[in-house]
Design a protein around this ligand. Structure first.
Ligand code: SF4
Length: 87
């Protein structure tokens, strides 16, 4: 499964990063993005938390042990802008 955020709808409240900080992070633009933590994916990370593109171009893999937290973040997201895709 993969996850991405539609930044056009993101309120910037940071709730997702509180729930799953290894998957979601805020950038200087005040919006939140997805990342693949090296702690979860080693050197094979697609996005390192600094250069991740917005929207579905920034789709990141979800770590096996992070599925529940990512689903919770999507359910709690006030912007309803966290999207999970099944591969
Ligand atoms: S919970 Fe949703 S609206 Fe809030 S910062 Fe995260 S993606 Fe944006």
């Amino acid at each position: 499964m993969k996850v991405w955020i539609d930044q056009d709808l993101c309120t910037g409240d940071g709730l997702c990063a509180e729930i799953a900080p290894d998957v979601f992070f805020g950038q200087d633009d005040g919006l939140f993005y997805v990342q693949e933590s090296a702690a979860n994916f080693g050197t094979e990370t697609l996005f390192d938390g600094t250069s991740n593109p917005a929207g579905s171009d920034g789709m990141a893999r979800i770590p096996d042990n992070g599925m529940d937290r990512v689903i919770e973040a999507a359910e709690e997201c006030p912007g309803e802008c966290i999207f999970i895709e099944v591969e």
